[in-house]
Design a protein around this ligand. Structure first.
Ligand code: MG
Ligand code: MG
Length: 250
């Protein structure tokens, strides 16, 4: 069941979204060779708690940290650790904050020092594919398939693949609500979009094939062919004025 939000509820979600976006931006500014993923996680947790919020991911299904931090061929759900980031790595940071009954959810991919042009192109295409998905929301009588199709088309045109096993989702009182928001689809198919829906749109894009596997730690998802992967996510409210990116802070 899709929980459609009232304008008052979306106002509350703006607060959770802002805290989420700020925590992600602060961690992104800290990314450099020599820092550990655990240090990034600590900063995220400290900022969220300073704002009187709670890290959404901490304890979620037993997850042991406040953020998911995934490096290079790791796609999502990486566990922060003593792992030291090295020049040339790309690092995905995924953050959620819960405040006043609602969650925010946002992710981005950051360069560690100087990275290859290929890695930068993957990061750029992943971010751009998200905005292609946002543009699709403006289609008259748009459906979820329009969003997924726009994302996949943009990615495929550049020779990349979207991950199919993991998808975006509704966001609200729960971190993961209906509907599923795949990064692929058929135009004109799927759930019809309506005002008050709040969804996390989150393309996960692999430089190689779309297939992913889970590491034995039962969390970290990696590309099956060890290719690089990038991730970009915002929590998006569908309002009378169009899509509102609740987790975007600049
Ligand atoms: Mg996320
Ligand atoms: Mg999400």
């Amino acid at each position: 069941m899709i929980n459609v939000k009232t304008p008052e509820q979306i106002k509350k979600m703006m607060v959770a979204g802002r805290i989420t976006g700020e925590a992600l931006a602060l961690a992104g500014e800290m990314v450099r060779p020599g820092i550990t993923t655990k240090q990034l996680d600590s900063k995220i947790r400290a900022h969220i708690e300073k704002c009187g919020a709670r890290p959404s991911f901490l304890g979620y299904g037993g997850f042991p940290a406040s953020a998911c931090i995934s490096v290079n061929n790791e796609v999502i759900h990486g566990i922060p650790s003593g792992k030291v980031l090295e020049e040339g790595d790309i690092v995905k940071i995924d953050v959620g904050a819960y405040k006043d009954g609602f969650h925010g959810d946002s992710a981005n991919t950051f360069a560690v020092g100087r990275i290859s042009p290929e890695a930068q192109a993957l990061i750029d295409a992943t971010r751009e594919s998200f905005y292609k998905g946002i543009e699709a929301i403006g289609i008259e009588n748009a459906r979820l398939g329009d969003i997924g199709h726009a994302i996949e088309q943009y990615v495929a045109d550049r020779g990349y693949s979207v991950v199919r096993k993991y998808v975006g989702h509704g966001v609200g009182h729960d971190l993961h609500e209906d509907p599923n928001v795949p990064n692929y689809g058929t135009p004109g198919r799927g759930v019809r979009l309506c005002r008050g829906m709040v969804i996390a749109i989150e393309p996960m894009v692999n430089a190689g094939g779309y297939e992913v596997i889970e590491r034995p730690d039962k969390w970290t998802v990696v590309t099956k062919d060890s290719s690089l992967s990038a991730h970009y996510e915002h929590t998006v409210a569908l309002t009378a004025d169009g899509p509102l990116l609740l987790t975007k802070v600049d």
